[in-house]
Ligand binder design. Structure first.
Ligand code: NAP
Length: 307
């Protein structure tokens, strides 16, 4: 029986683990299917306070993990397959093995959203990617396409100019969700070409098991055309990882945890931290702050219950 199980090893989960471990709660951290969370998929982080020269994302989150381990947090690989939050202790099936916990901190984040094209899933790892940092280097001197109009798309397109001979950014509107600074950085990069009011209709070539090109459609003119592409990066946002909790925790229509104030969820003893609940700020620093809040609430809850 654990005092605290933390689900997720990103900024939120690792910070929750640091606080819970320092409170002598010996937390178990379930690393999840994306170890280190979103930070492990990024390069330079320039806005995390305390690093005037910036810090590499994977280094930042690895430091947090080591910091938590120093105080006794235990990290295990695995994902939650099933959960029973109907009574305490809570029960979690982690890769086939059941674990019990008095409190739970859900910091399972949000995963990449896909376009939903028939060939997209078939070509993941064969030219289709959601992670420029992971896969960009495969497309040295090749033609790259990025889809999306938010900060992720701008960041990925800018990063990918290090490798590609050209980078085409495809966005379905002519307005952007991206912040001004990131949009301007992408706009002023001569290697990036913008295709606005445009959607991707299909990706080729499943038979060759390789991305060779896409079919595009302009939503204003209805023009349809083919374009050669070698690397296809989807950067259109994320989906919260709450599937095991559907019907047990109160979620919004998109699956994000609904907060009951502070770090509290609709189930007493279950707390939220980071992107799994936050669809507004979604920053490393806000996730870290949320992890701290969740651990402090878990600690107070356990203390009030006499543990
Ligand atoms: P986002 O801001 O939600 O933007 C998603 C983009 O994808 C939107 O432009 C959206 O188009 C488009 N999109 C969504 N579904 C689509 C579909 N089915 N087909 C085509 N396009 C689709 O997501 P994000 O860019 O991942 O950013 C999320 C958060 O992380 C933001 O708060 C952002 O500031 C932050 N972030 C920060 C940094 C940084 O500071 N270094 C880097 C990355 C992300 P519409 O606009 O038409 O809806």
């Amino acid at each position: 029986m654990r005092n605290v199980i933390v689900l997720g090893s990103g900024c939120a989960g690792s910070t929750a683990a640091i606080y819970a471990a320092r409170a002598s709660l010996n937390p178990l951290v379930v690393i999840g299917h994306e170890p280190g969370g979103q930070l492990s998929l990024t390069t330079d982080v320039e806005n995390f306070p305390g690093f005037p020269e910036g810090i590499n994302g994977p280094d930042l989150v690895e430091n947090m993990k080591r910091q938590a381990e120093r105080f006794g947090a235990e990290f295990i690989y695995g994902s939650v397959m099933e959960a029973d939050l109907s009574k305490r202790p809570f029960r979690l099936n982690i890769d086939g093995e059941w674990h019990e916990a008095r409190t739970l901190i859900v910091a399972s984040g949000a995963s990449a959203r896909w376009l939903g094209l028939a060939n997209e899933q078939k070509l993941i790892g064969h030219g289709v990617s959601s992670c420029a940092t992971c896969d960009g280097a495969f497309y040295r001197d090749r033609k790259i396409m990025v889809v999306g109009g938010g900060d992720s798309a701008m960041e990925e397109a800018t990063f990918l100019t290090r490798f590609g001979s050209e980078v085409t950014l495809v966005h379905r509107r002519d307005q952007f969700r991206a912040s001004k600074i990131m949009l301007e950085r992408a706009r002023s990069n001569p290697k990036i070409k913008f295709l606005l009011n445009t959607v991707v209709e299909d990706i080729h070539d499943v038979e060759k098991k390789l991305v060779t090109g896409v079919r595009l459609r302009n939503l204003v003119t209805s023009a349809v055309w083919e374009q050669e592409v070698d690397g296809f990066f989807v950067a259109i946002g994320h989906i919260p990882n709450t599937r095991p909790f559907a019907g047990q925790l109160e979620l919004d229509p998109d699956g994000y945890i609904l907060s009951r104030g502070g770090a509290r969820t609709s189930v007493t003893g279950v707390f939220h931290a980071g992107d799994v609940q936050d669809r507004t700020y979604r920053q490393a620093i806000t996730a870290a702050g949320a992890g701290c809040m969740a651990a402090m609430e878990a600690e107070r809850f356990l203390e009030a219950e006499g543990h």
